[in-house]
Design a protein around this ligand. Sequence first.
Ligand code: ZN
Length: 343
Amino acid sequence: MKAVVMAERGGPEVLRPAELPTPEPGPCEVRVRVRAVALNHLDVWVRKGVASPRLPLPHVLGSDVSGVVDAVGPGVEPELVGREVVLNPGLSCGHCEACLSGRDNLCSQYKILGEHVWGGYAEYLTVPRANLLPKPANLTFEEAAAVPLVFLTAWQMVADKLQVRPGEWLLVMAAGSGVGSAALQIGKLFGARVLAAAGSEEKLARARELGADATVNYREPGWHRKVREITGGGAQAVADHTGADYWQDVIKATANGGRIAIVGASSGYEAVTPLAHVFYRQIAVLGSTMGSKSRLFEVLRHVEAGRLAPVVGRVLSLEEAARGHELLEERAVFGKAVLRVAS
Ligand code: ZN
């Protein structure tokens, strides 16, 4: 089969087209013919060796996959062959206390498709049967591939951790990113007023089209004061993954008693926290990674009903994976970049 393989760690140029053996599904697994695979910043971190630095090479990236079930392994119902599916990117043991209580993303064996095991930058991949969900009929394969990782991440952040309520102000940092554009929509779904922060006027205009009630450009110094002005004292809830460069201003933009959920740290992991703000103004800082596999069922129901929609900013071919990574690193795409895999 055709694939794009990462044979070493480094720049986008380490992603090269290659021929690999087509995988065979094992017990309780299916083989999926990939139709589209969405790119995530996670792919860039893995490629650079920042995430999973000891991962054996060569490796095949790709966490977000849509496609068609092509073959089933022992113990899987054969009528699944031909089914159009999206894949849940979380892999876990399935039998520990965390897994059985629906918190599989806290399983000690938790893995992410495309990070810890070979993913979807290929014509085929095998996954556990438990990771299949039906592709919403109203989406193209490219749109469907743009849903799982960012909506799962944004759902846990906004619905489960921040628990936003109607009328609250939700500040969404990097609203032009995949996870930001999902968090913005989920905030609106729960009745919050959304203040979208991004780094260009073009991205802010797109955020308003997606439903943002107000916008602020966080490249302008003192942007947190503008947030406090618009919200009347700071945002009650903040969805953030912008990292060290923005952290102190994110805290200043948060209301007394507010909560901040962080799902990443794009500009750097080592940040200085003004602790007086955290304790005196009683701010809660909530870490969040991915989401329970169960949440994707709920997300896809909202997608099917048109209440949530993936934002696809760019479609490229599988062979253009390296170009896709460049676009991601240049922050040149609003929403998701997706690779189409020829059928
Ligand atoms: Zn487990």
